[in-house]
Each structure stands twice: as C-alpha cells, then as structure tokens.
Design a protein around this ligand. Structure first.
Ligand code: KIV
Ligand code: ZN
Length: 513
C-alpha cells in the first residue's frame, strides 16, 4: 500500500498574502467548497486575528466544508490562539495552526527573544491550543535557517506540549532538496515522540525549488505538503499544489505515495484562483498552463500522432485540461450548454444559468467557433462581476489614424446611469480617462495586459488590470469579444475591488503576517 501524503492547501492564507491577491468571503467559500470536493486533506482558510474580514471568512469556510480539516493560522499568544479557535470551532474537523520563528536572525531582529524564551513560548502556545482543539499544528518559522540542535529542541517542546503535526517551513525559499530532506530525516530520527506526529513541508519558491524541496521532504519521511493552487503565496509563492500532486502521481514508480486528490479538478481550481485574484497563469506553467500539453514542433507532432506517450508523461484529461475542443455554436440549445457547464465544473443557480446562456448566445452570434476556453472566460467573468456596484453599460470608441481618439462611456453606478465623453492618447487611454472622469480616483495603473482566450482574430480578449491606491491593490480580469470593452470592464472591476477594500478599511498592509 502506498503511504498517504496529506495535501494541505494554503491558497487562502499564504496565497492571499501575495500583494493584490486578497479574496472576498464569497470567493473563499467558492474555492473552499471546490477544494473540499477535490479531496484536499486540510484547507488553511486564513489568519483570523489579522482582520475581522479574515475572521468572518474563516468562520464561514468552517461552516461549509464537509470533509477537509479546516485550519486557521495563529501566532503564539493566547489572544491569537483564542481568536483562531473562535473562527474554526464550528468546523467538522478544526485545526489550530500556531507558529513561531526559531532562526537566530528572526529571534534577534523580529522577536527579540532568546532561545529559552522561544522554547517557553512554544510550550505555552501549543499547550494552550491543545486545551481547545485536539488537532494542533506547530510551525517553526524560518526552520531551514535555524541551528539544527535548537530546531530539534523546539520540535521536541512542541511534541511534548501536544502538537499533532510539526511543520518545518523553508520560509525564505533558501534550502536545496538534499539539505531539506536531510533536516526531516534528522528530526524524525532524533526527536523523542517524532513517530507520533505527522511531519509537514512548507516551501517557498524564491529559488524555484519549492516543489523539488517538498518532494525531497516526503522522500525523507514528511507526510504532509503545504502548497497553493498556481503556486500562489508570499513573494515567489509556495509549492504549486497541482505540480506536487502530479509529481507524486506520475512518478509513482519512485515515489510510493498517494494523495486523495481528484486530479481532473485541478485545471478548474487553477482557473478559479486566477479569476478570483486577477493573476493570469503563465502559458508555460506546468500542469495548468495553456501550453502545458501543446506540441508545436514537427518532430513532436509526428511522434504524438503515432503514440501520445512519445512526448506526454500524463494526459491533459488527467488534470482536467479539456484543450480547445470545439464545443458549441449559435444553434446549440440550453441542454447542450448545461451539459457543457457541468463538464467544465460549474454549478450555476437557475438565474445565473439564464444570464450565462444569454451571454453565450450573444457570443455565438459574434464568433464563429465557441470553445471551452470561451465558455470558461464568459462564465468566470459573469461570476466575478455580475454583483459589482459599478458596471459598464455602453461604450463607443473612435480609434484609428483619424483622431482624436474618443470614448463615449455609460456606467451604472449603484443603479444610476452616468455617462461622459473623453479623449485620450489612443482608445484605451480615452476609455480610462472617461472612467476617471465619472469616478474620480487617485489609483495608479500598475498593470494592463491583454490575452487572447483562444486562437483566431475573432477570439475573445481577456484583459487584466491592476490598480494601486495608497498601498491597496485592486486587481481584476474581464473578458469580452471586443478588446476595448474588456479593457473598460477590467478597469471598472479593479475599481470595484478597491472600493470594497476601502469600505472594509483594509489598509496598505496587504502582505502583512
Ligand atoms: O512560510 C512560513 O514560514 C509560513 C508559516 C506561517 C507556516 O507561512
Ligand atoms: Zn509560508
């Protein structure tokens, strides 16, 4: 029997700490339910003491998740731990995850604590958490830069105080696989009580080694990997969940481990996280990138036609990549559209389905071939923006060699129509000027990016916009058959995001913790 490796998803906690990647409560609920049904063992839903919004989101996630353990992060103080417990106690299977830095550089500059004080704080925090909850994870922040002997003593103290999982994070993404594996082998062999707990890997990707390090840890005895969809996370991110899962699966010959993950749901998870955060997935991203299964060179295509295994170590359908199959056209009816949505992993309420169907028909009228990717872009766009307070209602643009480039824009703002005309240095500049005149703001445009959703000149455009205002980040994506309409919608959606953050009083410390 292959040993079970637990998959601990931290997209909603470490992932959300990426500047601009913050998620609303509804978005967290949607993602948590998807991860739960995908077979993720532990969902880290947030850091409850960090804000009231985070507390409420963790509590709501705890209320809806059925199978997965729901975990909240907390520092070492009693107040943090109590707040964390308050947020997760309603879960079917709650876990408190408490952490404390152990490395000399963190002890000196961040904590101003000596070794004995750190050991006392570990004993206190883990015992306090264990008095509340049977499932307690303890993390040695910056473990990989900690003196080995002191790390052993910290882990021993945490186990003695009742920790059930010991996490050994490579917080700064500094370790090499062999080194990281060696730390696990050493702790497991030498710390009393190590055989009673689960050891966990948590790797950051600063040197591009997060997945390799996580696998090395498993080979050395770790039985939990902390990871995030699309590798989201602080700085260069965490180990990518989809990569870790498929590495274990594809290389079962040398890695005799299994996870509970239904890998056919990975692609949808990736798209969901990309839509929620507004962070596009790079085309050549392993497993879930658009090109991960494309073969361009003649030699490769020839080999693929003879036998797919010549150049493919896994099948696109194993990870839920439907490819660009031609699906529906303008004559397709409701039943076919409903079937396709179910295939793509969407469950829409009746009114949402009706809206999506209307939009699909409009698209099919404008575009000869409607592909899976078109439908995903269309439905994701609807899910992300249909409840926004500000909506683009009408746009007319004068572009081309005969200026002046002008945008005539009609917005609905909290149910009221407002319109204006503005000029700009090109059509996009004119549109953004019109938006600025209807909704005056100081946010700076940090990113404007256009992607074609599919091949062909009639492809839908997917536009990403990122705005920064006083350290707050508003990032959003929007899709439309017209690139300029998609641009207007993406900019307005990013403004909606900023407005929501302003209203919640979320301040500049988006990446705190
Ligand atoms: O990277 C890290 O050390 C962390 C801990 C809080 C687990 O995210
Ligand atoms: Zn981390």
């Amino acid at each position: 029997m292959p040993a079970h490796v637990k998959i601990f998803d931290t997209t909603m906690r470490d992932g959300e700490q990426s500047p601009g990647a913050s998620m609303t409560l509804d978005e967290k609920l949607e993602l948590a339910q998807w991860l739960d049904a995908t077979g993720v063992d532990v969902i880290e839903a947030g850091f409850p003491i960090s804000s009231n919004g985070d507390f409420e989101a963790v509590r709501a996630v705890a209320g809806v998740v059925k199978e997965s353990v729901v975990c909240g992060l907390s520092r070492a103080g009693a107040k943090d731990i109590d707040r964390c417990w308050e947020a997760i106690r309603g879960a079917q299977r709650p876990r408190i995850h408490s952490f404390l830095s152990t490395s000399p550089i963190h002890r000196k500059h961040k904590l101003q604590m000596d070794q004995d004080q750190v050991l006392d704080a570990i004993t206190f925090s883990v015992s306090h958490a264990r008095n509340l909850c049977d499932d307690v994870e303890w993390s040695a922040e910056d473990a990989t830069r900690t003196e080995r002997d002191f790390l052993r003593r910290c882990v021993e103290a945490a186990i003695k105080a009742g920790a059930t999982t010991i996490n050994v994070p490579d917080t700064v993404g500094y370790s090499f696989p062999q080194e990281y594996g060696e730390i696990f082998a050493d702790l497991i062999a030498s710390v009393p009580g190590a055989d009673k707990v689960v050891f966990s890997a948590h790797c950051h990707n600063d040197l591009g080694l997060a997945v390799a390090n996580s696998i090395a840890a498993v080979m050395a005895g770790a039985r939990q990997i902390e990871c995030a969809i699309n590798g989201l996370g602080e700085r260069a991110g965490n180990a990518a969940l989809e990569e870790v899962v498929m590495a274990l699966r594809v290389r079962g010959d040398v890695l005799p481990y299994e996870t509970k993950i239904d890998s056919t749901r990975l692609m949808r998870a990736s798209q969901m996280v990309s839509r929620i955060t507004g962070f596009p997935v790079q085309y050549n991203k392993a497993i879930v990138g658009k090109n991960a299964f494309s073969h361009e060179s003649g030699i490769h295509q020839d080999g693929m036609l003879k036998n797919a295994q010549t150049y493919e170590i896994m099948r696109p359908e194993d990870v839920g990549q439907g490819g660009t199959s031609l699906v529906l056209g303008k004559l397709s009816g409701r039943a076919a559209f409903k079937d396709k949505l179910a295939d793509l992993g969407y469950e829409l309420a009746a009114n949402e389905f009706q809206d999506a169907f209307t939009r699909f028909k409009e698209l099919a009228d404008r575009k000869r071939h409607v592909y899976d990717d078109d439908i995903i872009a269309l439905v994701d766009d609807q899910i992300a923006h249909s409840h926004d307070a500000i909506q683009v209602k009408r746009l007319r643009v004068v572009a081309g060699t005969e200026g002046p480039q002008t945008a005539e824009l009609d917005l609905e703002i909290d149910g009221e129509h407002r319109w204006t005309t503005a000029r700009g240095n090109g059509p996009v500049d004119a549109i953004f000027a019109a938006i600025r005149s209807l909704i005056p703001h100081d946010a700076k445009l940090d990113l404007y990016q256009v992607h074609a959703v599919t091949e062909g000149t009639d492809a839908q455009a997917e536009v990403s916009v990122r705005l920064i205002e006083n350290g707050r980040v508003g990032a959003a994506r929007a899709a439309d058959a017209d690139t300029l309409v998609a641009s207007a919608k993406a900019y307005v959606a990013a403004l909606n995001r900023l407005a929501a953050k302003r209203a919640k009083g979320q301040d500049a410390q988006e990446s705190a913790a």
